[in-house]
Design a protein around this ligand. Structure first.
Ligand SMILES: NC(=O)c1ccc[n+]([C@@H]2O[C@H](COP(=O)([O-])OP(=O)(O)OC[C@H]3O[C@@H](n4cnc5c(N)ncnc54)[C@H](O)[C@@H]3O)[C@@H](O)[C@H]2O)c1
Length: 447
């Protein structure tokens, strides 16, 4: 099929590439000229396992093109995806300006019938706004060309995006048009061979499904962080509690890891946006408010542990930080817990020596040159001259370090494990003080 994708970020680039991989003719459009020029030269703007090879191969085969031009690509697509960003507005609701700008552009250039598919995460009711924006532009041109608007939310995970796109758990298609559903089924047939993954539903249900999924996952994390904060006050180990509850098949082991808070471009903004949608409809979403509040507090957890360990004397101390990305296998630092920690350490007069396997360029872009930040080129280099070590992203490369060596290098041997990936006994046995999340009595109990 002939496919056009607006937006070449995590979602648009991965979707466009996977659709080209299975034989479609795909044109990806972005307004970012530098990004498009880079893609045309084989420079992939994000780190995603498996993506680079796939982009290069499909681009070379002529099935995948990148452009900033709009008229040609709109004429090209039987199916036109909108996969642009929906960042939070000032009040936390989703800002639809990019989505609606694409809708207007489509309306200005559409010459033949097409199915317009919204893949961005958008509040319930957005499909109606997209439809109205396209229709208004067509009307202004005196055009009566037919089009349909479908909601097809994206569930890929950064770090696993290509895999998720090639083997999706589910394909949610929100439409009340039999023709549009048929087109979408044809497009997704190569991803749907093993068993039926397509879940057709109404447009509004599809829009809400995406928010509900992210809100549920964020809730699991904040719930576990809440339990961790109780555990450390009562002298329990949250890791034992996690095993104890995960063994119940009604609860399960996935996504119940306590830690230094969730980040990324999705959970924080989507929980907030859903809360706003609820409010706009006269409903106060109390669970969502608590999920967000618990997470905001959790992002300060490691700093607070460090402050207490050093008796409030952080000025002049140097912290080695392993992991800057909001999770492993990505270079994305949007809303990452590392950002909260670094800001607080700097505000307290401490210095940072940081290492991340993929996010160094992103860190350089965000922070530039500053005296209190060294971007080290290895985990070992980050430790040089440091007082303490903080691990904030559970990259596989950090899982089995030589603790004795770390203890011998650090000036005040202490390890803050923001993801509970280490065995406290092993760490302490090597001569380091250990702090995890919710593991033992790190908070004094009042009498
Ligand atoms: N990142 C994820 O893991 C993920 C997963 C599922 C859903 N989503 C949702 O998908 C949407 C896109 O997310 P992302 O992470 O890919 O965003 P992103 O910020 O990585 O990329 C968005 C891209 O859209 C481009 N763009 C903006 N306006 C444009 C226009 N008028 N025409 C063409 N291109 C334009 C930007 O230049 C940018 O390259 C968001 O709504 C997000 O919530 C993201």
């Amino acid at each position: 099929m002939r496919v056009t994708v607006f937006g070449t970020g995590y979602v648009g680039l991965v979707t466009g590439t996977c659709l080209a991989e299975v034989g479609n003719q795909v044109v990806c459009v972005d307004i970012d000229e530098a990004k498009v020029a880079g893609l045309n030269k084989g420079v992939i703007p994000i780190y995603e396992p498996g993506l680079e090879e796939m982009v290069l191969a499909n681009h070379a085969s002529g099935r995948l093109a990148f452009t900033t031009e709009v008229a040609g690509p709109i004429a090209h697509g039987d199916i036109i995806f909108i996969a642009v960003g929906t960042p939070p507005d000032e009040d936390g609701s989703a800002d639809l300006k990019y989505v609606l700008a694409v809708a207007r552009t489509i309306g200005q250039h559409l010459l033949r019938p097409a199915v317009v598919v919204n893949k961005s995460t958008v509040p319930v009711g957005t499909a109606d706004k997209v439809r109205a924006a396209i229709a208004a532009e067509l009307k202004a041109r005196g055009s009566e060309v037919a089009f349909e608007v479908v909601s097809n939310p994206e569930f890929l995970k950064e770090g696993d995006a290509v895999k998720d796109c090639m083997r999706p758990d589910r394909i949610v298609i929100g439409t009340d048009s039999a023709h549009a559903l048929e087109q979408m089924k044809r497009l997704y047939a190569p991803f749907n061979r093993n068993h039926e993954r397509i879940i057709p539903m109404g447009v509004r249900s599809a829009e809400l499904t995406k928010y509900a999924a992210n809100a549920m996952l964020a809730t699991k994390i904040s719930f576990m962080n809440e339990m961790a904060n109780i555990a450390e006050r009562v002298g329990a180990d949250i890791e034992m509690v996690r095993h104890g509850i995960g063994s119940d098949p009604r609860i399960g082991y996935s996504f119940i890891y306590p830690g230094a808070g969730y980040g990324g471009s999705c959970f924080p903004k989507d929980v907030q946006a859903l809360e706003k949608t609820a409010k706009q409809h006269g409903y106060s979403a109390q669970i969502l408010e608590a999920v967000e509040a618990v997470n905001a507090r959790q992002k300060h957890k490691i700093f607070e542990l460090a402050e207490r360990h050093f008796g409030g004397q952080l000025a002049g101390k140097t912290f080695a930080v392993w992991g800057l990305a909001f999770k492993p296998n990505t270079d994305d630092m949007r809303e990452a817990s590392s950002r909260t920690l670094l800001d607080r350490l700097w505000a307290a007069g401490a210095k940072v020596r940081a290492y991340d396997p993929e996010a160094m360029d992103e860190a350089r872009r965000i922070y530039g040159e500053r005296d209190d930040l060294v971007l080290a080129d290895s985990p070992a280099a980050a430790l040089e001259g440091a007082d303490a070590l903080v691990v904030l992203t559970e990259w596989k490369a950090f899982w089995s370090p030589d603790f004795a060596k770390i203890a011998s290098v650090l000036r005040a041997p202490v390890l803050f494990d923001g993801r509970n990936i280490y065995d406290p006994n092993e760490v302490e046995g090597a001569g380091l003080a250990y702090y995890g999340i919710g593991r033992g009595r790190t908070v004094a109990t009042p009498n």
